[in-house]
Design a protein around this ligand. Structure first.
Ligand code: DGU
Ligand code: CA
Ligand code: CA
Ligand code: CA
Length: 195
């Protein structure tokens, strides 16, 4: 997707409950009803993807509000965040979320936020400028299993993976880091980089 395609303003979260929603590389900008893309919590997402459904070919523009929420697993393919809002993507309920072919810029704090016991597999990702690439919700001790493969992560203020759970695992493979801070923050059961 180029970032200068047709633009559309989203005033109510677009819910993807089955099959595939193909955004056609349009640029989706959150309207003020969803939030302002600041660090205030409680903003609404631009997309909510559920039950293994697929969202693809989407540019999230300025305002990014609360990005994309997933419930019970989802697939995100070819997503570009021009300016991440409060965060880029949140896992809201358990399942396997697969994320591939993504690029995002300027998350003031978190890029991926994980709020439920789940599996997150990310491949072919580029993340420019964030506090952390991934944060398991602060204070939670459920298990999250995360893999990042073929990612380029640059300019993290704090680091790549952060958890407070000693049952969670993270693995980073075949990836490039530049100024990415600490790779593993917190008591991970296992957290490793290879390749
Ligand atoms: O526990 O859940 O920052 O999903 C407090 C809240 C907070 C979340 C999180 C998010 O941690 O709102 O963006
Ligand atoms: Ca948050
Ligand atoms: Ca931002
Ligand atoms: Ca959020």
């Amino acid at each position: 997707c180029s970032t200068n395609g047709a633009q559309t303003t989203v005033n109510a979260t677009i819910r993807v409950t089955s099959g595939t929603y193909d955004g056609g590389c349009q640029r989706f900008n959150a309207g003020s009803a969803l939030g302002d893309g600041s660090q205030s919590e409680g903003q609404d997402p631009v997309f909510r993807v559920e039950n293994g459904a697929t969202l693809r070919n989407v540019v999230i523009g300025n305002n990014g509000a609360d990005g994309i929420h997933t419930y019970n697993g989802a697939v995100l393919d070819n997503i570009h965040w021009m300016n991440v809002g409060e965060d880029a993507m949140t896992i809201k309920s358990s399942g396997t979320t697969t994320v591939r072919n993504i690029e995002g810029y300027d998350a003031d704090d978190k890029f991926f936020q994980v709020n439920a016991a789940s599996t997150l597999n990310v491949s072919n990702c580029i993340i420019h400028r964030a506090g952390k690439a991934l944060r398991q919700n602060g204070g939670t001790t459920f298990r999250v299993d995360v893999t990042f493969d073929r990612c380029d992560i640059n300019d993290m203020n704090e680091g790549v993976f952060r958890t407070d759970s000693s049952s969670s695992t993270a693995r980073l493979t075949n990836s490039r880091l530049h100024d990415a801070g600490t790779i593993c923050i917190g008591p991970w059961a296992s957290c490793q980089q290879s390749g």
